[in-house]
Each structure stands twice: as structure tokens, then as C-alpha cells.
Design a protein. Structure first.
Length: 374
């Protein structure tokens, strides 16, 4: 009996310590989130997630319904198609939809499994499939002799590269240019890829263990439990989102919450499927195809998800590409520094409209100025 009493006492102490530790973690994450809300919030009045276009559905090659929205006249001479990043959706292009509506016809779409697009069951997701999805969207939205500029963020940039691999004939004919933002052609599974500066054991966990854990978490009865856990840990996710997505530690809290909400809306199964696909992505063999049109690569020098080095290498490997390094910016450049991204898009648009190719390497300063570095 005494032995049993000692066992129960130890169990009680352990449970109490665990509960106390959990309480400390929760208190710490709430305190951190509260401190984030103390910073000035210039985006507090922005209607994030409320800007819409003409909606319709495009069927992918395997029948998955893709949600597409169009802003602007169908007979516009140039159409800009926006491809969003991993675990986000088309609303991540808020500032581009808001500010570029008069520049050209704008097309936004949700990648499969994201936003309001459908999800294929029973087969693994591949980056090549997202390239085929983009081709389907183009066939549905490109009219007449309209030229197309492709804009891709993170996974969306990889989608554009996959399109180049599957349909090289489009580049130089239908596709007249591309802007690739915070993305890479490969290397995320390498020793310096994915969250640069992270200790080696954690990097190994993210690259080798986490994909399998995500698959298990997304399976069967586990998924609802995981989703409830994600909802309960919102404050912690806010802190993580601020760190991983933004370069500015005082970025708008409204903007941070918007990004965190988009990530939380992505089902854990989709996160698991695409995580493995992106880690294994290597599209360096198709970069010569992209070099047939004007390409601008935009990278933040504080990107904690895709190392800036990979963006620099991407620009170097695309013949004639222009590089813009944005000082002080993180991964969600189109939201954190929309001025720089919009300028990159409109500059490329002007070149396409004028039929000119003028390449230069640029570096954008934190205050929006630029200075040549090559």
C-alpha cells in the first residue's frame, strides 16, 4: 500500500508539474501576443479578405474544381495571373488586387486544397500537378491575343516553374513575363534550406521527421483533434507567424492576424501533402525556359522560410533575370512590402507593353529607395 501511495504521489506531482508548465507556456504566449498588439497598426482599417472579383470555377485535368476570380475587362491586352503560396489563398494578394486594378486584367485563383478550391483524394500532391492546374486556369481565362504576366509567391513561384517544365511553348508566346517572389527552384531539403540559422537537430526534424508526423496527424480520427488543437493555440501561432512570415518585428497586428487566419484555414491534410511536395521540389532544369521572357525575382533579406541565398541563386540561374533584394523584409513580401512588389509588377508590365528588355540588378532599401549593386 505504501508503495502504491508513493506511485500515486509521484504521478500527482508529475501531472501537477505538467499542468503548471502548460500554464506557463499559455501565459507566456498570451503575454507575447499582447505585446505585439501594443505596436502601431497602420493596416487596422484594411478590409482584408473582403475584396472580390467575378467568380467562376475551372476544372483541373483530374477534375478538381479550382476557384478563380477576375478583375478587369476580358478584352484587356495584358492579363496578370497571381499564384499564391503554401497554406495561404488568393486573398494574400490583397494589396495587388486593391492597387493594380487599373493597370491590367487581374486573375486570382486558389491552388488545389487551398481557399475555396477543391481537393483531390487518394493520390499524393505534386508541384508538377500545380503547374498543370495553372495551365488549366490559363486556358480558361486567357482570351484572344492577350499576353500574360505570371506572378507567384513561394509555392506559387514553383507552380510557375512547373508550368515552364510542362508547357515550355507558352513562354515567349502567351506568357510574356514573370515575377517570382520569395521562392526557389529547389534546395529546401538541403543543409542550409528552410529556416536558415536553425540548429541542425531542429532542421533535421523539420526536413525528415515533420513530414511523416504531419501525415499521421492528418489521417482518420486524428485530423479533428489536430484542428481543435490549432484553434486552441491561436496566440502561439500569432507569435510564430510574426516571426516566420515578417521581417519587421513591429509589423501590423491586423496583418499578422490575417496571415495567421489564412494558415489556420488550410486543412492539416493539405499542409501535410504540400509540405512533403515542396521539400522535394527541384526545378532547376527548367529555368532556361523562364529566361525566354523577362523575369524579376523579389526576395526579402530577412526571409526566415526561404533563405535569401536561394532567391539570389534563382535569379542567377535564370538567363537575364532581374533581382530585387528587399532590406528588412520577410517571407510575405506582397503584404509586408506591397509598394516594392507592386512596383516590380508594374515595371515588368511597362516593359511587356513597350516590348523592351532592360535588365539590372537592384536592391531595395528598407525605406523604399533603391541603389544599384551590379
Amino acid at each position: 500500500m505504501a508503495r502504491w501511495r508513493r506511485v500515486t504521489q509521484i504521478a500527482g506531482i508529475t501531472a501537477g508539474a505538467a499542468a503548471a508548465g502548460l500554464g506557463v507556456v499559455i501565459a507566456a504566449e498570451r503575454l507575447a501576443a499582447h505585446r505585439l498588439r501594443l505596436y502601431p497598426d497602420p493596416a487596422s482599417a484594411e478590409p482584408f479578405g473582403k475584396l472580390r472579383g467575378r467568380e467562376f470555377v475551372v476544372l483541373a485535368s483530374d477534375g478538381v474544381p479550382l476557384h478563380v476570380e477576375v478583375n478587369g475587362p476580358d478584352d484587356a491586352p495584358v492579363t496578370i495571373i497571381f499564384c499564391h503560396g503554401y497554406a495561404l489563398h488568393q486573398d494574400s494578394w490583397h494589396y495587388q488586387r486593391r492597387d493594380l486594378a487599373s493597370a491590367a486584367r487581374l486573375v486570382f485563383w486558389d491552388q488545389r486544397g487551398h481557399g475555396r478550391s477543391g481537393r483531390a483524394g487518394g493520390k499524393p500532391v505534386t508541384v508538377d500537378q500545380t503547374g498543370s492546374d495553372l495551365a488549366a486556369v490559363m486556358r480558361a481565362v486567357v482570351t484572344g491575343r492577350s499576353r500574360v504576366i505570371l506572378v507567384g509567391h513561394s509555392m506559387g513561384g514553383m507552380t510557375i516553374m512547373a508550368l515552364a517544365g510542362k508547357h515550355p511553348e507558352l513562354f515567349g508566346s502567351t506568357v510574356a513575363g514573370a515575377v517570382l517572389i520569395a521562392t526557389t527552384a529547389g534546395g529546401l531539403s538541403g543543409p542550409d534550406g528552410l529556416v536558415p540559422g536553425m540548429p541542425s537537430p531542429l532542421r533535421t526534424f523539420l526536413q525528415r521527421v515533420a513530414p511523416a508526423l504531419l501525415v499521421v496527424a492528418a489521417a482518420g480520427r486524428n485530423a479533428p483533434l489536430v484542428e481543435r488543437g490549432r484553434e486552441a493555440s491561436k496566440e502561439l501561432e500569432l507569435v510564430a507567424t510574426r516571426y516566420l512570415a515578417f521581417g519587421d518585428p513591429q509589423a501590423s497586428m491586423t496583418l499578422t492576424e490575417f496571415v495567421e487566419r489564412m494558415i489556420r484555414e488550410a486543412p492539416v491534410g493539405v499542409i501535410a501533402e504540400f509540405y512533403s511536395a515542396l521539400l522535394g521540389c527541384d526545378q532547376r532544369d527548367v529555368l532556361g525556359v523562364l529566361g525566354q521572357v523577362p523575369v524579376t525575382v523579389v526576395t526579402g533579406d530577412r526571409d526566415r522560410l526561404v533563405p535569401p541565398r536561394l532567391g539570389t541563386e534563382l535569379a542567377a540561374d535564370i538567363p537575364g533575370a532581374r533581382m530585387i533584394m528587399v532590406e528588412g523584409a520577410g517571407h510575405v513580401l506582397m503584404l509586408e512590402r506591397p509598394d516594392v512588389v507592386n512596383d516590380a509588377i508594374t515595371s515588368l508590365l511597362a516593359e511587356v507593353q513597350q516590348g523592351k528588355r532592360s535588365w539590372k540588378l537592384r536592391r531595395s532599401r528598407g525605406e523604399g529607395g533603391e541603389r544599384g549593386v551590379a
